[in-house]
Write a protein that binds this ligand. Structure first.
Ligand code: 1CP
Length: 357
């Protein structure tokens, strides 16, 4: 039993149906740029303590929605929950980002990995989804998410963030069968994870392929695209008007827009290095497009933000036969901790004002 949805802009846009205004949400909208987030984190102690507590995860998910009239909530969690539950043991070093105590570096370690149980090992994520759905009370839809098989593999093999992805690329070159085995188990886990979030109440789903763009086009077609396509084809998400839409976001995915439009996903998220006019033309109405304001525009003046938002909205329409249908406004990547919440308010207002039909 849950409340009927009061704001359907996101779901309608992902079905490429008409909307009164272009929907907007922002990657990493819940996070360190908000003083209330920093206050919650100070009390909770650590990122993981917050993410593993459904009440706190719910509170942080809702924080940006109290300030801005965003058209969707995204669950406060992380992509690294899956490898953590696989036994790699996630931890954070202040100022250095996520790390794993047990990275997987060879075929023997990969062979031991299995798909975690979603309602035991990842129960805290599903409980957070259920809690947020209850507290949202139908005001806006909730987006659930996962990392892509390739992006998860990057952290699992490197043992944390990386500048050159030397270890995983060496594995791709020297032991491609081992890497395919890792990508395969990751894909099974991502499908089970997204299905469980949907069952718990997520109304749209996004896959973050943050590091797909570090691959050459040929390597992307071997190590990322087939697994994204398998998720889009195999993830059960209902029929027609009731279908739970899937968005494939990728940083640096501009070379692959046609293939992503044919993947079976409902939406494709793009960064700011490709114009939305070109992206809309090349995807030809097969999918909705999400993006793609350069996040650094948030550092600009209110006037500059309004101008650049209009450029993105109008570029999409220009490539989509003059229509704004099928566009979800977002940044081309996530918010940064030093961004000004006042500027975010201007951005959200600019999207709604400029796109009003
Ligand atoms: O307070 C803190 O220090 C924690 C910082 C933080 C936050 C706020 C991390 C650690 N994760 C998150 C939340 C998060 N991560 C969300 C929440 C929902 C939202 O508001 O968008 C989401 C969707 C993610 C997804 C995520 N985690 C991605 C994919 C998206 C992206 O930004 O590219 C990646 C690559 C991660 C790994 C990760 N977790 C945290 C950090 C700082 C990082 C990036 C590390 C790196 O750059 O390699």
């Amino acid at each position: 039993m849950s409340a009927p949805l009061k704001n359907e802009r996101l779901l309608r846009a992902l079905r490429r149906e008409p909307v009164d205004r272009t929907p907007v949400w922002l990657m990493r909208q819940a996070g360190r740029y908000l003083p209330e987030y920093r206050e919650t984190r100070r009390k909770a102690g650590s990122f993981l303590a917050m993410a593993k507590n459904p009440e706190i995860a719910c509170e942080i998910t809702l924080q940006p929605l109290r300030r801005f009239p965003l058209d969707a909530a995204i669950l406060f969690s992380d992509i690294l929950t899956i490898p953590d539950a696989m036994g790699l043991a996630l931890y954070f070093v202040e100022g250095e980002g996520p790390k794993f105590r047990h990275p997987v570096r060879d075929a023997a370690a990969i062979a031991k990995l299995g798909v975690p149980d979603m309602e035991t090992e990842l129960r805290y994520v599903m409980d957070a989804v259920r809690t947020v759905r209850r507290e949202l009370d139908g005001n806006v839809p909730l987006i659930g998410f996962s990392g892509s098989p390739w992006t998860l593999a990057c952290y699992m093999v490197e043992g944390g963030g990386s500048k050159d992805f030397g270890r995983i690329k060496a594995m791709a070159l020297n032991e491609p069968q081992a890497l395919h085995a890792l990508l395969s188990v990751n894909t099974d886990a991502v499908i089970a994870y997204l299905a469980a979030q949907r069952a718990a109440g997520a109304q749209a789903l996004q896959v973050f392929d943050t590091w797909g763009g570090v691959l050459s086009p040929a390597m992307y077609r071997e190590f990322s695209l087939p697994y994204l396509t398998r998720i889009a084809r195999e993830l059960e998400r209902g029929d027609d008007a009731q279908r739970t839409p899937l968005i494939l976001f990728g940083k640096g995915n501009a070379a692959h827009l046609e293939a992503l439009a044919d993947s079976g996903a409902e939406g494709v998220g793009v960064d700011w290095l490709v114009g939305l006019e070109e992206a809309a033309r090349r995807t030809g109405g097969k999918v909705a497009l999400q993006g793609n304001l350069d996040p650094a525009v948030v550092y600009g003046s209110p006037e500059a933000i309004r101008r650049e938002v209009a450029v993105v909205l109008d570029a999409y329409a220009a490539g989509n036969g003059g229509s704004r249908e099928g566009h979800v406004f977002n940044l081309g990547h996530g918010m940064s901790p030093d961004m000004d919440p006042e500027h975010v308010a201007v951005l959200v207002d600019a999207v709604h004002t400029h796109s009003a039909r």
